[in-house]
Design a protein around this ligand. Structure first.
Ligand code: ADP
Ligand code: MG
Ligand code: MG
Length: 906
């Protein structure tokens, strides 16, 4: 721990600086830094974040003892800086603000107290000295209110309850028949203070503290306390900010934007936070203080003329009215504006990033109160990084590191109109399984979805959970909502693959398939009613919410090109159709890392042939059915090979348990019986016989291919024939055949033997050859441990981290949703391991597998095709393992490309 616990700043000098975020918090560090680069900032001091931790360790009295001498000395420095007013001197009072400030910005999470130091005597002096009694009493009533709310705990906990002070103000305004706070007279404000103090006495049993030092210590402790309030804890959890960081406390001389019509307060951005346009912009209010601008009490005005004109155009306000009633700061206070404009440029240049700033103008004099890197949308993020690169403000590596990979999602999917979202009614919350915005009419069954879609109806498919049978319904739906299932449930994975909006695992919704209704927060919706899904937040909204198409700007493409310059890993895609392959290629995918063949078996006549194969009593019957499937598979593969001309295509042999393909509804079972000339009982019995207690650990993967070799034979033939066919057309084809779920080398050996024999047969028939590779998924822990042996046969490894996570933890990924959330709350797990790769456990096995595999075969190609292949921290980990590629769903390709480039740059 440092021996210095309080850092002063003011008059363009400072004891701290901008690099001391950890100790001074972001706000404190930047206040110091602004002083150092000559920007006018009211003087003050910062109590370190370490003291927050001390407060929780040794308690209030001990921590006050510890820092009292330093705080008193720092306060003297402030007094020297302002030359005149003294803290606690009622004949010439110095007023201060007490502000929190953690390492990471936590906007609005903790409360600030302004005008501290006022009491009945000081307010009279302030009134006399400023010659503005209204201002003095306005400041006083604000102070009593903030102090009562924040320090004395009178702020209501729930949103429904009203702030006792607001109730009093409301009544006062009502009694006088006025609307705006600014219409309250000095006399009104005086009366308010009396009533406020009475309310304090009534609520707390104590008089409002009059001693400024008592007020100050109370406020400092309240800031420390606020670090552990519910809002702050929740925010930290959502943003993964550790509780150990603590908050600093900034005590700063007040400057007053509420001193009359030559005073103002405002907030501004150095560039447009929503589009990224290089346009200084922001809002201000004359004769106002602190949060007034954002609180929505009065309509704020724009900072620049340009911004003001654009704003007026949107509001249908004429230029004359605009100038008269809502002039920009540039027009209303040109001198202060000119200085502000210069400072904003200076701040942006100095930090080399877009800044979000707070300022106050007191009687014509400008003061800066805060600067920080501004939050921005995905589009703004890309544009700002690219433009700053072109302007020479940042270098290429910095530009790449400025991209938050996940945020690129916003650029790829349709989004809700932000204005529409604000007024939308949230009816339920689920997992943001696949981003995007969807609006449509409720349907409950895949068949209905297709039928409605044919009639050009927009539908949302609502299911308790989805299965492969729902695939076609999902395809035509705008979005998918499920009551069960996690981030890697069937619905989630498939939806992400399709780039389709999906909210999964919305446990609070009640679906009644029979009645065709869904009940959410007490409201029942029928089939055909409109709802909207926000796949980026997990929100389910009532009715239609307007959407707009995502725009992919030129900056986006340029940043992607830059990523390719630095990346060491290729990014492939998981795609099962030529269309998905094309989409992914458009996003920059270099090949297919996983083509799941089973999805090809669900459409129309295919599912019938598939069922016929499954329900056949003997090999001969199966071969008959497989013959029907062969040309269809071959055709699919040809399409995919063509779409991926020049790149590798990894095709995985049949993987899921057969039970997934047979019908579960009586009507369909009857139909099937008729078609196959069987009795209903026979079909039902056959279907039931396929049922497994633990299908995920059952008869699937290469266990199918090894027990029914004719399936592998057919698939190998389809792949090789397709490759030869497209090669004839001049396509550069690189087939890679992947055997799933291998745990024992012999499993792979037998499958490789079938594949090789089949290929030789085809080559002989066609009189032509083609190169192909055989590899395996590493998704069973035993395969990872014995990878050295497996590499004797395998020419490539692809980590199937969904299954590998499932089997390493022993968590069923379809059931884990029930406890994973609790586990994260309890701190047992930091993340959902199906979403963010567990680098220690699962990653440990992967490391072992890469080492083992490459020891046997140094040139072994290694990649990942699980859902983690599109998750940035997991991609970075894959880079450190020295993988050749990651593979992910098409809409995650740009994200993975950036993450891979960032890993290389770091
Ligand atoms: P937050 O972290 O929520 O933004 P701040 O500590 O920045 O909270 O303060 C809230 C508001 O009070 C801001 O508008 C800020 O500019 C204003 N403010 C804070 N300190 C002072 C001060 N010393 N003089 C004038 N205004 C201040
Ligand atoms: Mg602020
Ligand atoms: Mg698998």
């Amino acid at each position: 721990m440092s021996t210095k616990n309080v850092y002063s700043f003011g008059n363009k000098t400072a004891e701290g600086d901008g690099k001391m975020r950890d100790l001074l918090g972001g706000k404190g560090a930047n206040l110091a830094e602004m002083n150092l680069i000559g920007i006018p900032v009211p003087p003050g001091f910062t109590i370190t974040t370490e003291m927050c931790n001390e407060y929780y360790r040794i308690g209030q009295d001990a921590v006050v003892q510890l820092i009292k001498p330093e705080v008193e000395a720092a306060m003297k420095q402030v007094e020297d800086a302002v030359a005149g007013p003294k803290f606690g001197d009622n004949t010439n009072p110095l007023l201060v603000s007490v502000r929190s400030g953690a390492r990471a910005s936590m906007p609005g999470m903790m409360d600030t107290i302004l005008n501290l130091g006022l009491n009945d005597a000081a307010v009279e002096t302030l009134a006399a000295k400023s010659g503005n009694p209204r201002f003095a009493w306005d400041s006083y009533r604000r102070f009593v209110q903030m102090y009562g709310d924040v320090v004395l705990g009178m702020k209501p906990v729930s949103k429904e309850d009203e702030d006792p002070f607001e109730v009093i103000i409301h009544k006062a305004k009502h009694d006088k028949g006025i609307v705006n706070d600014t219409d309250l007279t000095t006399e009104d404000l005086r009366e308010l203070v009396v009533k406020f103090k009475a309310a304090v006495k009534e609520n707390t049993g104590k008089d409002f503290p009059t001693d400024p030092w008592e007020q100050l210590w109370g406020a400092v402790m309240a800031v420390f306390d606020s670090w552990m309030n519910e809002r702050a804890i929740l925010y930290r959890k959502l943003n993964k900010i550790p509780a150990e960081w603590g908050t600093a406390v900034n005590v700063q001389a007040m400057v007053f934007g509420n001193m009359g019509n030559n005073s103002a307060t405002g907030v501004a951005f150095t560039r447009d936070a929503s589009t990224g346009e290089d346009l200084f912009n922001g809002e201000y209010l004359i004769n106002a203080q602190g949060e007034d601008v954002v609180a929505g009490i009065r309509t704020p005005q724009q900072i620049t003329i340009e911004g003001s004109r654009r704003w007026a155009a949107l509001q249908n306000i004429s230029e004359d009215v605009r100038k008269e009633q809502y002039p920009s700061l540039e027009e209303a206070m040109p001198a202060a504006y000119a200085e502000l404009n210069e400072i904003q440029q200076k701040l942006e240049n100095h930090s080399a990033d877009m800044q979000d700033i707070e300022f106050t103008i007191q009687d014509g004099k400008l003061w800066l109160l805060q600067t920080r890197n501004g939050k921005r949308t995905g589009a703004a993020m890309v544009r700002i990084a690219n433009e700053m690169l072109k302007e020479g403000m940042i270098d290429e590596k910095t530009a790449l590191l400025r991209i938050e990979p996940q945020k690129l999602d916003e650029l790829l999917h349709p989004i809700f109109d932000p204005k529409a979202v604000k007024s939308a009614k949230v009816m339920a919350k689920g997992l943001p399984a696949s981003p995007g915005a969807a609006t449509g009419r409720i349907v409950f069954f895949a068949d209905d979805a297709e039928e409605w879609a044919e009639k050009r109806e927009k539908v949302i498919l609502v299911r308790i959970e989805t299965s492969p049978e729902d695939l076609r319904g999902m395809h035509v739906a705008q979005g998918i909502l499920t009551a069960r299932g996690g981030m890697t449930s069937h619905a989630a994975v498939v939806a992400r693959g399709m780039g389709k909006c999906c909210v999964s695992g919305a446990g609070e919704i009640k679906i009644d398939y029979k009645a065709r209704t869904i009940t959410m927060r007490g409201t029942t919706y029928n089939e055909g009613d409109w709802i909207s899904l926000n796949g980026s937040t997990g929100d389910v909204y009532d009715g239609k919410v307007n959407t707009k198409d995502a725009e992919v700007s030129g900056d986006f493409a340029e940043i992607m090109t830059l990523a390719d310059k630095y990346t060491k890993m290729d990014v492939r895609t998981n795609a099962d159709t030529p269309n998905d392959a094309r989409v992914a290629r458009g996003f920059g995918a270099k090949g297919i890392g996983l083509c799941r063949t089973e999805h090809m078996f669900f459409e129309g006549v295919r599912i019938k042939a598939m069922r016929e194969m499954i329900l056949s009593k003997d090999e001969a019957g199966r071969r008959e059915a497989l013959k029907k499937l062969l040309p269809m598979q071959r055709g699919d593969f040809e399409g995919i090979f063509e779409a991926m001309d020049g790149f590798g295509v990894t095709i995985r042999l049949l993987d899921p348990p057969l039970h997934e393909f047979v019908p579960h509804q009586l009507a369909t079972q009857k139909e099937l019986a008729t078609e196959m000339g069987l009795t209903l009982d026979e079909v039902v019995a056959a279907c039931n016989s396929l049922e497994e207690f633990n299908p995920m650990l059952g008869h699937r993967g290469c266990r199918l291919g090894n027990t029914y070799p004719e399936i592998t034979e057919m698939q190998a033939r389809a792949i090789i024939e397709a490759a030869l066919n497209v090669q004839e057309k001049g396509i550069d084809v690189h087939p890679e055949i992947m055997v799933p779920l291998v745990g024992v080398i012999e499993e792979l050996k037998l499958q490789a033997q079938i594949i090789n024999e089949t290929a030789e047969k085809v080559f002989a028939e066609r009189g032509k050859r083609i190169a192909y590779k055989i590899g395996t998924m590493i998704e069973v822990p035993r395969a990872a441990v014995t990878a050295g042996k497996i590499a004797e046969v395998a020419e490539f490894f692809s980590f199937g981290t969904n299954d590998l996570t499932q089997m390493t933890f022993g968590y069923s990924r379809d059931d884990a949703g029930k406890f994973l959330k609790v586990y994260q709350d309890l701190g047992i797990l930091k993340n959902d391991p199906f979403e963010v790769l567990d680098q220690e456990g699962v990653g440990g096995l992967m490391r072992q597998a890469v080492a083992g595999g490459r020891a046997t075969k140094p040139e072994l190609k290694v990649g990942i095709c699980g859902e983690h292949g599109g998750e940035p921290s997991s991609v970075e980990f894959c880079h450190t393992l020295g993988m050749n590629y990651v593979s992910c769903s098409p809409f995650r390709v740009p994200i993975a490309r950036i993450a891979a480039a960032q890993a290389a740059v770091r």
